[in-house]
Ligand binder design. Structure first.
Ligand code: DGP
Length: 115
């Protein structure tokens, strides 16, 4: 999608520290890391947020994206101590980039509830 920051990262038009890639998904380091490991996992095709991943296609996308995030976390060595996967949807949640993304956070103890 034109003017979408994460679509431009998928297309290689904006550089990113990519750690894992498939035909359908990409994992790269968050530019504003909130943990020693902070990845963003995104679908290659533009979907604005979780609430827009509807129907059978959306279900497949969400399932495969979560599995991809788990594999990326594992490759980062996070299985032993654990990690958190978060997705912000809409303004109340603080979503700032309107291309669906999972935050994968690890490498430190997390607190709950989130702010
Ligand atoms: P959210 O606030 O949930 O929409 O998360 C968006 C995240 O995207 C935020 O943690 C910062 C990150 N981010 C914004 N711009 C860039 C960028 O150009 N490159 C990378 N790697 N991350 C970015």
């Amino acid at each position: 999608m034109a003017d979408c920051l994460f679509c431009k990262i998928v297309a290689g038009e904006i550089p990113a520290r990519i750690v894992k890639r498939s035909e359908d998904a990409l994992a790269f380091r968050d530019i504003d890391a909130k943990a020693p490991v902070h990845l963003l996992v995104i679908p290659a095709r533009h979907v604005a947020a979780v609430r827009d991943a509807t129907g059978a296609d959306g279900e497949r996308l969400l399932g495969s994206l979560l599995a991809f995030a788990a594999a990326a976390a594992s490759e980062q060595g996070l299985d032993g101590e654990g990690y958190r996967i978060v997705t912000n949807t809409g303004r109340n949640a603080g979503q700032s980039v309107d291309h669906l993304h999972l935050h994968v956070l690890g490498g430190r103890k997390m607190t709950w509830p989130p702010g």
